[in-house]
Design a protein around this ligand. Sequence first.
Ligand code: NAG
Ligand code: NAG
Length: 423
Amino acid sequence: MLGSLLLLAPLAGAAVIGSRADTQQCPGYKASNVQENDRSLTADLTLAGKPCNTYGTDLHNLKLLIYDAEERVYQVPEKVTPRVDSGDGSSKDSALKFEYEEEPFSFTVKRDDEVLFDSSAENLIFQSQYLKLRTWLPENPYLYGLGEHTDPLRLSTTNYTRTFWNRDAYGTSANSNLYGTHPVYYDHRGESGTHGVFLLNSNGMDVFIDKTADGKQYLEYNALGGIFDFYFFTGSNPKEASIEYSKIVGLPAMQSYWTFGTGLGAVWPGVTAYPDWFHPDIQDYWNSEFSTFFNAETGVDIDGLWIDMNEASNFCPDPCTDPERYSSENNLPPAPPPVRSSSPRPLPGFPADFQPSSASRSQKRIVKAKVGLEGRDLLNPPYKIRNEAGSLSNKTINTGIVHAGEGYAEYDTHNLYGTSESI
Ligand SMILES: *[C@@H]1O[C@H](CO)[C@@H](O)[C@H](O)[C@H]1NC(C)=O
Ligand SMILES: *[C@@H]1O[C@H](CO)[C@@H](O)[C@H](O)[C@H]1NC(C)=O
């Protein structure tokens, strides 16, 4: 069974960002104008007190379910993650029940009488560069997921942070952000079944699992942007719940065993340019690169291809103002790889400021629907996720870059790079 809930924000507050980072004091939201239909529920959420503006400005009005009035907050593009609809049938027939409190606004998701998710653990925060939502969990829960990580399969429940910010994490160290982002967890409740909670949000985030001072167990989301777009799904066991999840995000392509091959050796980045998967001509560009480079007569004759570095990394520490100089001073790449020149090649069909040698990048104004609020600090947001690499742009694509096409910011779409490349 699949239920979905959207919490969306239409308006940017005009208040000044405060220095206080005590999110416990934030006022939460009040639900009004609640309209229940057969399969959906909509409500207006208004800030229930003085904005706390801890990590950005509190957004004053939220809509629960469907769309925000202005649709300016960034949402994961449909073309990267196509949305499923929640199926036929009335919400009355659903295995999951949604209930809410008006003020401060909170909601629960229940399976029969069992509470699976309960956001009353703390007031909801929805700011321009910080989203927070906390749910109560049962004592000593059996939680799994929140990959990619190399920590124990059953997640720790005390002072445990999982950070989502895709990173070339050489050595795949424990308790740090790695190459991929899968903001889904499974909560296994033994006899009564397993359910999953997927937050469709591509922004950098910390998911924090801990107990309150008086021992109550919780899990909370701390995201740098986007919206709360939750999917709750349930099964009688972990396998069934995983099958439900695959209906939302799809299944990976099966690849032939021999294509795993062995590593390709050292192709370490000097000056590195990455294709912009949001550019309208990207498919033509990518096809033409493949057909030229892998032409059996005039190029490299191959049977399979391993595309690496799809967490889009480089070796140049942030701020990376002069990649060419950094590379030459650090002897990167150490020896020219056999088939590629170490100097940046022009990117056919791309405008001048997308070429590798170009230092300046055009910053388009973000005005379109669901593309992202204006006026954010895309390089150093006030809330710091626990990125093992330090700043968001360190050794990866600069998060201030605005993509071609719709104008998505790298800040919002960083975690989608590998997915975009594969579709
Ligand atoms: C929680 O974990 C962080 C990071 O590992 C550590 O710095 C901090 O001291 C821990 N806090 C407690 C109360 O154990
Ligand atoms: C970037 O990462 C390196 C380690 O690889 C670290 O020494 C440096 O402080 C980081 N820079 C920033 C700005 O986070």
